[in-house]
Design a binder for this molecule. Structure first.
Ligand code: HEC
Length: 317
């Protein structure tokens, strides 16, 4: 904000004059010289670059132009070329015009800079890397705070602000304990009914997610013997807690809300999967776990009467 205001300051319209003295000895002899950059709000000088300037020089020219505009309201033209334009010139970076003044930028140390005043010209030269190319002078170069940085603008000294208490991100209103927590509304009891419609689509989704996220440990059939368990058992390091059998009676007896809660927060040695699996997918997985339990624990009596004969025939074939 503070920085922003600085940019918005109204430019004065008066003339901008650089007063220079050329060499200590010369100044006593010739007195101070004046270079007018802006007169009556109009540009009175040209910023001069080589025809193929380095990026650093081009950027410096744009910065110079920008700051002179902030100070005076006038935009000095930037000319590129091998010949020096008429009138007062601000010579930025290596160029034939700079060399014509006897300046040899390569004789400067790396990152050493030179500001030299000549009659009708100021040379601003550094020893640049030979890096030329496109300069994008736009929002890449705005004022901004770096993430996590300190600043004294706010009383707490942080540049980053925390959300106002009670802020809910768009699309993230977690209203509804059964769906988001697996619990009865306003209560800690786990729900026993699905808070979503269980249909074929949900079941397919649940199968897919289960096979990605749960099967490595619990196995494709849910019996607890996934590849991770097989490997850990073979290593026999003595530290492995086997994944629970999801089709066994203890998990069959769990309310659906409890299984949902296990995926969300993990349980004992099992980690939480809330960051990988969103609430709807967690319910899809719970539905699929129920389907696995049903398929593993079904008896002939669970099969519709019309289909039983076919199954019995299978058994005797
Ligand atoms: C990294 C291995 C691993 C993965 C992946 C994993 N689990 Fe587990 N899970 C375990 C272990 C280990 C236990 C037993 C923890 C214990 O007893 O300390 C367990 C226990 C459980 C239990 C029994 C909890 C109870 O009520 O006692 C359920 C249900 C369960 N997991 C469901 C899932 C589901 C659903 C997924 C997929 C979203 C999943 N697990 C993914 C390792 C895993």
């Amino acid at each position: 904000m503070r920085l922003h205001n600085r940019l918005k300051r109204k430019p004065p319209t008066a003339a901008l004059v650089l007063t220079t003295s050329i060499g200590l000895a010369a100044s006593t002899a010739t007195g101070a010289r004046q270079l007018s950059l802006v007169t009556n709000g109009e540009p009175a000088a040209t910023i001069v670059l080589a025809s193929h300037p380095t990026r650093v020089a081009e950027f410096a020219a744009l910065e110079l132009q920008h700051h002179l505009r902030l100070i005076t309201g006038a935009t000095l033209p930037i000319a590129k070329g091998d010949t020096r334009p008429e009138g007062t010139c601000l010579l930025v970076g290596d160029s034939p015009a700079v060399r014509a003044l006897g300046i040899k930028p390569e004789q400067l140390l790396f990152e050493q800079y030179l500001v030299r005043f000549h009659p009708g010209a100021v040379a601003l030269v550094g020893h640049d890397c030979p890096d030329s190319g496109e300069v994008v002078y736009d929002m890449d170069n705005q004022y901004y705070y770096k993430a996590q940085s300190a600043d004294d603008f706010f009383a707490d000294g942080r540049s980053m602000r925390t959300p106002v208490d009670g802020t809910v991100a768009r699309g993230d209103l977690r209203a509804g304990d059964p769906f988001f927590r697996g619990r009865v509304e306003g209560d800690t009891t786990f729900v026993t009914e699905f808070p979503v419609t269980v249909d074929q689509d949900l079941m397919h989704r649940g199968q897919e997610r289960f096979q990605i996220f749960c099967a490595p440990c619990h196995g494709l059939s849910g019996n607890g013997n996934g590849v991770v368990n097989i490997r850990a058992t073979a290593l026999a390091e003595g530290t492995w807690t086997p994944p629970s059998d999801l089709v066994g009676q203890s998990v069959v007896d769990r309310p659906v809300g409890h299984i949902y809660n296990t995926i969300t927060h993990g349980i004992r040695n099992m980690p939480s999967y809330k960051n990988q699996i969103d609430p709807r997918d967690r319910w899809a997985i719970v539905a699929y776990v129920r389907a696995l339990q049903l398929s593993r624990n079904a008896s002939l009596a669970d099969v519709p009467a019309d289909d039983r004969a076919a199954l019995e025939n299978l058994g005797t074939r």
